[in-house]
Each structure stands twice: as structure tokens, then as C-alpha cells.
Design a protein around this ligand. Structure first.
Ligand code: THU
Length: 128
């Protein structure tokens, strides 16, 4: 499954709309039920409107009726695997504060952490 998620995120990355930063990110979100939702970053000329790949995945999953997540896999072309930004950590924590995060560089370096490590003492959402 780990390799499958990596592949899906790698393919999603190619579809990133990132003409401003030129930093393409792909992500694949695995639900507890076993379904996979892909996402890529979507930038805007009004920079603050940019959506990270992670949050695009969450939107895709929600509209398909899934909101319990086990893992999100991220792929980017960076020296070190990237970690989700603060906004994405909070959005993921709304649904699945105990989920895992696996990030890959294009060249195959992997970093794995829990969301709880990245966002300790989260503001608790309505789902608990
Ligand atoms: N970005 C993501 O999509 N995910 C991350 O985890 C880090 C950053 C995007 C936002 C922006 O389009 C570009 O990468 C540069 O920050």
C-alpha cells in the first residue's frame, strides 16, 4: 500500500497548478475504509488563495463521504521530504488527529511522522 500511495501522489504531482512557485506537490490520502484520494497544489495569482495538495485531498475525500483517514502520503521535488504547513495540519486534525504522514522526495527519501507529533495539543474539532 505504501508504494501504491507513493505512485498515486507522484502522478497527482504532475497535475499541480503551481506557475508562481514552480513547486509541484502531490498527495494521496488513505481513508480508514481503504479508499485513496489524490490531490495537488492549486495556486492563484492572489497568492494567499493557494491550496496545498493535502487540503485538496481532504476536499475530494469529503465529497465522496469519507472523513476518517489513516495516512496521507506527500511527494515533492525537494532535498528533504516536506512536512504539511500549519493550516493543513489543523485541517487534517479536524478529521483524524491520530493519522500518519509519509513524505517522499522524488528521488526516494522518505520521512514518516504522526500528525500528533506535528500538531501537539490541537484545537479539538467537533468530531473529537
Ligand atoms: N505546498 C503544498 O502543496 N504542500 C505542502 O506541504 C507544502 C507547500 C504548496 C503550496 C504552494 O503552492 C507551493 O507548495 C509552495 O509553497
Amino acid at each position: 500500500m505504501e508504494e501504491h500511495l507513493r505512485e498515486i501522489a507522484t502522478l497527482a504531482r504532475i497535475r499541480a497548478y503551481a506557475p508562481y512557485s514552480r513547486f509541484l506537490v502531490g498527495a494521496a490520502l488513505l481513508s480508514v475504509s481503504g479508499r485513496v484520494f489524490a490531490g495537488c497544489n492549486v495556486e492563484n495569482v492572489s497568492f494567499g488563495l493557494t491550496m496545498c495538495a493535502e487540503r485538496v485531498c481532504v476536499g475530494s475525500a469529503l465529497q465522496e463521504g469519507e472523513k476518517d483517514f489513516q495516512t496521507i502520503t506527500i511527494v515533492s521535488d525537494s532535498e528533504e521530504p516536506i512536512m504539511p504547513c500549519g493550516a493543513c495540519r489543523q485541517v487534517l486534525a479536524e478529521f483524524s488527529p491520530r493519522m500518519n504522514i509519509i513524505s517522499w522526495t522524488l528521488s526516494g527519501t522518505k520521512k514518516e511522522v504522526t500528525l500528533a507529533t506535528l500538531l501537539p495539543m490541537p484545537r479539538q474539532g467537533i468530531l473529537g
